[in-house]
Design a protein around this ligand. Structure first.
Ligand SMILES: C[S@@+](CC[C@H](N)C(=O)[O-])C[C@H]1O[C@@H](n2cnc3c(N)ncnc32)[C@H](O)[C@@H]1O
Length: 367
């Protein structure tokens, strides 16, 4: 469908279908999408067994625990569907690539899964292609690794091509809904601002830009600066946001931001902090505070932390064992809301959805 046809379909849907029916249709679509990615998640261990002989098919104990988290998945998708049908963000956030396109990438995902299995088995986390290896010196030491054991870490176009698909498989098709947890509080803050036209927004560690796109679709008139430390991922996000107006792209280290003091009204990130050593996490918050104007808003979505939802702690403990995430355990033990208040953000708000949490707060006018 062309963009104009899609726009017409959207406005017809939103103006003529009763809200309750919209809600049910959207929720059904989201559950179907989740099933589609869950099926791929269940298939991957079978390919791993077939090609490597390693049996990582989940045992009954794990599946029983995972079953508990299913209610949380449904709750998140319900809440996300309601936000769409009530216009908190537009229905166009659901327009992603076709199922055919996703499935045609699946063989590459399987192949990468086998390489990931080998790295996990051999405990190798610094294995790079010659091109990625040449670029390593441009990155901080903690970043020079195969995060998640993925091929080339965050350092190649091939890795950027598979990233979103792999994350959706990991989270049973809920990653986008988790990312969108940040939109309602962001919107509430922006609604309180009289000078919307002058607002400047900064995104840190944007990855391949799923959330950047949702932010642009929700606030098309606002200026968004999208940053990431990875050259390859930044190129991918540029492609992803092709055609969007008022977007700037910049390769930047979130712990050493190339912006002057008090130059943004809003700073946010998604799934960034859990990948950083504690010292870098603190620097990123200090830098965010520095570049924010007084009264500015700072928010993040990231993984749950221990104790946030005790019945889901099992997932936080198993994740870093299966995937190379060297700073994750430390992340889960240090509540981000405490770091937010230690950094002197005030009026903190928290929200949770499936395996993620949202934290946001305001920079005090006096700081
Ligand atoms: C798990 S990915 C999250 C990407 C994206 N925000 C998302 O929602 O999927 C982490 C991202 O943080 C980036 N990153 C890691 N350290 C960074 C730093 N110091 N400054 C900026 N980006 C960083 C990585 O390149 C990667 O794109």
């Amino acid at each position: 469908m062309s963009d104009t046809t899609t726009d017409r379909f959207q406005s017809l849907f939103q103006n003529s279908v009763p809200k309750e029916v919209q809600n049910r249709l959207i929720f059904s679509y989201q559950m179907a999408r989740s099933t589609f990615f869950t099926a791929q998640q269940r298939a991957l261990p079978l390919f791993e067994l077939l090609f490597t002989g390693r049996n990582r098919i989940r045992n009954k104990e794990f599946l029983d625990k995972a079953h508990i988290s299913y209610d949380e998945l449904v709750f998140l998708l319900k809440k996300d569907s309601e936000n769409i049908s009530h216009g908190v963000y537009p229905i166009s956030v659901l327009k992603t690539e076709s199922a055919y396109r996703t499935l045609s990438r699946f063989p590459k995902i399987v192949w990468d899964g086998i390489k990931i299995s080998n790295r996990r088995h051999q405990k190798k986390n610094q294995e790079f292609s010659p091109k990625a290896r040449r670029d390593l010196a441009d990155y901080p030491e903690y970043f020079q690794r195969n995060f998640h054991f993925q091929t080339d870490g965050y350092l190649s176009a091939e890795s950027a091509e598979l990233y979103e698909h792999q994350v959706e498989i990991l989270f049973s098709g809920t990653a986008d809904a988790m990312r969108r947890l940040i939109l309602p509080p962001m919107k509430k803050y922006l609604n309180s601002r009289p000078d919307l036209k002058k607002i400047r927004i900064l995104e840190l560690g944007a990855g391949t830009g799923s959330l950047s796109r949702f932010v642009k679709l929700t606030f098309p008139e606002l200026e968004l600066t999208v940053t990431d430390i990875s050259e390859s991922y930044l190129r991918k996000v540029q492609n992803h946001l092709k055609g969007c107006k008022k977007v700037n792209f910049l390769r930047a280290d979130a712990a050493d931001q190339p912006f002057s003091n008090e130059s943004f009204d809003l700073v946010f990130s998604c799934f960034l902090f859990h990948e950083l050593p504690m010292g870098v996490r603190q620097k990123v918050l200090r830098e965010s505070l520095r570049v924010l104007k007084p009264g500015g808003w700072c928010g993040m979505v990231d993984s749950l932390q221990l104790g946030d939802k005790p019945h889901l702690d099992f997932g936080l403990e198993s994740f870093p064992k299966d995937f190379h995430e060297p700073f994750y355990k430390n992340y889960t033990m240090h509540p981000m809301e405490k770091m937010w208040s230690d950094a002197s953000f005030e009026k903190l708000e928290l929200d949770f959805g499936f395996f993620s949490k949202m934290v946001c707060g305001l920079k005090t006018i006096a700081s």
